[in-house]
Design a protein around this ligand. Structure first.
Ligand SMILES: CSC[C@H](O)[C@@H](O)C(=O)COP(=O)(O)O
Ligand SMILES: [Zn+2]
Length: 223
């Protein structure tokens, strides 16, 4: 790969974002939160958002496989030379960017999110209280502060759909209806989690997924 083929990913913040995406996708895979071609992360730098390709093993992606889109115009500022399509999660990532002014968004396929969908088949949201990890979960954004151990966090559920793009309207509605949530659970699928920076997004995802595990284990729900 000649560096010129990387276009705007060749240097600067976009290159750093792209390299982080490749590394964090490896971490998500090694955590068991994504398998196959599922899940992913997008990171924003100013108006530019870096997006993974669709249908590839995300833990094996390289910088030259990534897309860059303008948040404002929705035009692609860079496309890979290979015949790849952008992640089907792109409209959902855009909802987090536009509705929450997020700077990154992670999509997992965690078993715990799926199990919680079964444990709460009729609830609009998952709620938990009394766990230390709540102190690491922001009230939607760290600008609003964090939950305390005695608070009850609410993370909304939305129903899964046959096509990823069909999740957009319900995801956006949940983001707007639960301004103190930093994540949405897609039933029997996984979560979308965002943050004010890529670091916050990674930490928020880890905290939310840890809360799911702690909740299920504390109630002796085996999986
Ligand atoms: C391509 S089917 C939908 C996927 O499973 C989607 O939910 C996902 O996690 C990843 O989609 P992708 O388009 O490969 O980035
Ligand atoms: Zn998915």
């Amino acid at each position: 790969m000649k560096s010129s083929e990387l276009g705007c990913l060749e240097s600067g913040d976009l290159r750093i974002s792209g390299e982080l995406i490749c590394k964090i996708c490896q971490d998500l895979y090694n955590s068991g939160w994504v398998t196959g071609t599922g899940g992913g992360i997008t990171i924003r730098s100013g108006d530019a958002i870096v997006i993974a390709p669709s249908g590839v093993q995300k833990e094996r992606m390289q910088l030259e496989h990534l897309f860059v889109m303008s948040l404002k115009t929705r035009e692609y500022l860079h496309k890979p030379l290979q015949a790849l399509k952008p992640s089907q999660c792109t409209p959902l990532f855009l909802a987090a960017y536009t509705c929450r002014d997020a700077y990154a968004c992670i999509h997992t396929h965690s078993q715990e999110a799926i199990l919680l969908s079964e444990v709460f088949p009729n609830s609009d949201y998952f709620s938990a209280s009394g766990f230390e990890v709540l102190r690491h979960i922001p009230r939607g954004s760290k600008r609003n502060g964090f939950y305390s151990v005695t608070d009850a966090v609410k993370i909304p559920f939305i129903n899964n759909t046959a096509h990823e793009s069909d999740l957009h309207d319900s995801l956006k509605a949940a983001i707007l209806a639960y301004p103190e949530a930093c994540a949405v659970i897609v039933r029997d699928h996984g979560i979308y989690c965002w943050g004010d920076t890529w670091q916050d997004t990674k930490m928020n995802t880890e905290a939310v997924e840890y809360l799911f595990q702690a909740y299920l284990r504390s109630r002796k729900i085996e999986y």
